[in-house]
Design a protein around this ligand. Structure first.
Ligand SMILES: [Zn+2]
Length: 245
């Protein structure tokens, strides 16, 4: 069994009580893969009774603050709990150039930082926390990738869009058990997606998630549903939503 748990569900600007982007994927053995590390990561781990030391790998899809600023706190947390090295942190090639000095500056002195780069602009496969992971480029205001996670049987457990404009070709990649797609801007702003920070509307998200078994709208802002809710069967994410597969 694999669990996909949304530690956060909101966007970069405060949306009510929602925390920022962070999705935890865990297998039976309890090893954890964290996708994105928004804020307040430490408090959300505590609230969900997740020991921070189970996080074996962290994938940062892009270096906007709402996807990475929870990471320094996590490093301090595991250092205080006796860890000597960080989880393996995956970042895009260009993101890494900016983020590595920041992480080096913020990390606890004794903790060894383990980082690995993910090639920008193409599909890439690797192992993380016991899962096969695939990253694929999406289109946001800076280099960003989406993530797919597969279980030991090769089943696609999770499709995660990260932050992106609507991309029709993602439909096939979203043929997974859980499909998580951002839905930051309201329907009426579809034509201004680029000016509005390269995001998608709820309907666009659902179009991409057509083939996903469980469709989850994510990265919710205070105005995501200003123009109404689309028709169809889907979930609007909330902090703590857990799916067991
Ligand atoms: Zn974001």
């Amino acid at each position: 069994m694999v669990e996909v748990r949304l530690l956060g569900s909101g966007s970069g600007v405060l949306a009510g009580r929602r925390s920022q982007s962070m999705v935890l994927v865990r297998d039976d053995g309890g090893r954890g893969l964290l996708i994105d590390a928004g804020q307040p990561l430490q408090r959300r781990l505590y609230e969900e009774a997740v020991d921070p030391r189970v996080i074996d790998a962290v994938i940062i899809t892009h270096i906007h603050a709402d996807h990475i600023m929870g990471l320094p706190g996590l490093l301090f947390e595991i250092d205080a709990l006796g860890a000597t090295e960080s989880p393996l942190i995956f970042l895009g090639e260009r993101s890494l150039l900016t983020a590595k000095p920041m992480l080096e500056a913020f990390k606890p002195r004794r903790l060894a930082l383990r980082v690995e780069s993910v090639p920008d602009g193409r599909i890439h496969n690797f192992e993380a926390a016991g899962f096969r992971v695939e990253t694929f480029p999406v289109r946001h205001s800076l280099p960003t990738f989406g993530v797919r996670v597969f279980d030991r049987r090769g089943r696609c457990i999770l499709f995660y869009s990260s932050d992106t404009v609507y991309l029709e070709h993602l439909k096939d990649l979203a043929e997974c058990e859980v499909g998580i797609h951002e839905a930051t801007i309201p329907e009426g702003m579809a034509s201004e997606a680029e000016e509005r920070g390269f995001h998608s509307t709820p309907s666009q998200a659902l179009e991409v998630l057509e083939k996903s078994r469980y469709k989850v709208l994510y990265h919710i802002s205070e105005y995501s549903f200003r123009d109404g809710y689309p028709e169809g069967e889907y979930m609007v994410s909330f902090d703590g939503l857990s799916l067991r597969l």
